[in-house]
Design a protein around this ligand. Sequence first.
Ligand SMILES: O=C(O)CCC(=O)C(=O)O
Ligand SMILES: [Fe+2]
Length: 376
Amino acid sequence: MPTKVYIAPRVEILAQSGIESIPTEYVRPVEERQDLGDALEEVKKQIASGVPQIPVVDLKGFDSDDHETKMACVDSVKKAAEEWGVMHIANHGIPEDLLDKVREVGKKFFDQPIVQKEQYANDQASGKIQGYGSKLANNASGQLEWEDYFFHLIYPVDKTDLSIWPKDPSDYIEVTKQFAEHLRTVVSKMLSILSVGLELEEGKLEREIGGKEDLLMQLKINYYPKCPQPDLALGVEAHTDISSLSFILHNGVPGLQVYKENRWITAPCIPDTMIVHIGDTLEILSNGKYKSILHRGLVNKEKVRISWAIFCEPPREKVVLKPLEELVTDETPAKFTPRTFQEHIERKLFKKKQAEEAAAAAAAQAANGHKPNITN
Ligand SMILES: O=C(O)CCC(=O)C(=O)O
Ligand SMILES: [Fe+2]
């Protein structure tokens, strides 16, 4: 008997097939369609409508010898982290030509024929999460996202597995290593600024999440093909990042949306900046002062979008995440129970599964002509 080979559905294949309507698994339910549309149009509408925009913060002041200049920088980052949980950072210190190379090698990898990329396919079922992949329909609703991706650990160097990094283009590894080194410095700087913003000692947050040795940086290159029905699909469904901090670099095509004050706000592309998210881990440590914001990725009809998301994470088991003692008082009691990063991930997956099962059951009952029984 021939062995059954499982072919993972690559969104790129679907996009290239010339279909005019997307398969039902990619069609988002009506409840998710608020402010959903073609990213290129949404961003134009957004700018015209005058809604508040994700703040832009300048990191340069933090290196100043002048105390006031330094504190002005801290205050702007603190305000953005408290009010938005996301910001564009300017003057981050990573050379622009290195970032261009990061964009170039990622694009070249994805420009290869799919068979070449399949050599790097991950295998989520067997726990091999690094590599080339697409979302599997493993949830109750069977919903899929309009993207393929490449995922791998980039820092610390001794924990990386270069054997699974792309060999083509030939400078992928060198460029990515250099990028990781530079970005690690920015991670420390952001954590210092955010520590000072909480009136803690500069090194506090970084130490709490693993320090130089144990803080991990994972890279996910999101590849969003053109989509014939961007008003029905999502590149990445709504979520908050589990990380401590996430950095996003992109190829100049908009797509990121964040949820604030009951509406989705589409992020414009601002040259020479990167986007930084506060993740769940810092929300917990800061006892909810810094926010981990709900966000999602839109797609569009005309342009392929690529984004490079770098997740900075604490080690899975080594540290217990809980609100820092200094921030817990009678007036501000702890808002989060202690948990390891691994436990946090499991709790979140469990909650998501429960919500999906409830939604699938309600949809099935509605399709059968019954009213969903909400007491169940
Ligand atoms: O592509 C983006 O801008 C967002 C991606 C994202 O949120 C993620 O990968 O967690
Ligand atoms: Fe995210």
